[in-house]
Design a protein around this ligand. Structure first.
Ligand code: G3P
Length: 223
């Protein structure tokens, strides 16, 4: 399963990219709004694109099809490899259908059920982003929605890539990988949590201590 970082913070994205563990970035208006308000959004998006080089989803903010298509054109004029992130609303599906006709990749976002994912797939979405953490937040089983979607994809061999989004902790990542999601887009903090294990830290410390002890003994012998 591929990992993307779900962030608009260039320092976090640079660090995650330097570790070799991510192959793309997803952004959204809320993530962009967390950054310095003086920042130029186009320059930031291009910086992210240059840093990671892989998938980069950029979200439109229009809620009508014509507006979404205009925004898609603008984003594509910044860099032609962009994936256009479109909300899961009827006007969004019409935009996805048109962008698919133009062979422009789309990522349908704010999907909370397998039925929505199926509709987005049929409209021609390249990616369907299923938000599991936000389902958990309202006492609904987010993983169940991911599992249902993956099962339907397996039965019918559907084409869209399933992105597990709204990931809250490393266990979500494991569960999504087991369910068969193609990609998980993961906040930077959770990516870092995935790397940590207390036995790794204590194991490394004892290797280093033992090495120092051995070196000191060898030095004593050769003195
Ligand atoms: O890409 C957007 C999605 O991952 C949102 O996550 O944490 O705002 O529910 P969150």
């Amino acid at each position: 399963m591929q990992l993307y970082v779900d962030s608009a913070n260039i320092a976090d994205i640079r660090h995650a990219a330097s570790l070799g563990m991510i192959s793309g970035v997803t952004t959204n208006p809320s993530l962009l709004a967390k950054e310095d308000p003086s920042i130029d959004i186009k320059a930031l998006i291009l910086d992210i694109h240059k840093t990671v080089g892989g998938h980069l989803s950029v979200e439109v903010v229009s809620t009508d099809t014509a507006g979404m298509l205009r925004e898609a054109d603008e984003i594509l004029s910044w860099f032609p490899e962009a994936t256009i992130k479109i909300p899961m609303i009827p006007a969004g599906l019409s935009a996805v259908k048109e962008l698919a006709r133009q062979q422009v990749p789309t990522n349908v976002t704010l999907i909370f059920s397998a039925a929505q994912a199926l509709a987005a797939n049929n409209a021609g979405a390249t990616y369907v982003s299923l938000f599991l953490g936000r389902l958990d937040d309202v006492s609904t089983d987010g993983m169940r929605a991911v599992e249902d979607t993956c099962e339907i994809w397996d039965v019918h061999g559907l084409e869209s890539q399933i992105i597990a989004a709204s990931i809250r902790h490393p266990i979500h990542v494991l569960q999504c990988a087991k369910a068969g999601a193609h990609i998980a887009t993961v906040p930077y903090k959770v990516l870092m949590q995935m790397l940590k294990h207390p036995l790794t830290d204590s194991g490394l410390q004892s290797f280093l201590n033992d090495y120092e002890k051995m070196k000191a003994e060898k030095e004593k012998l050769s003195a």
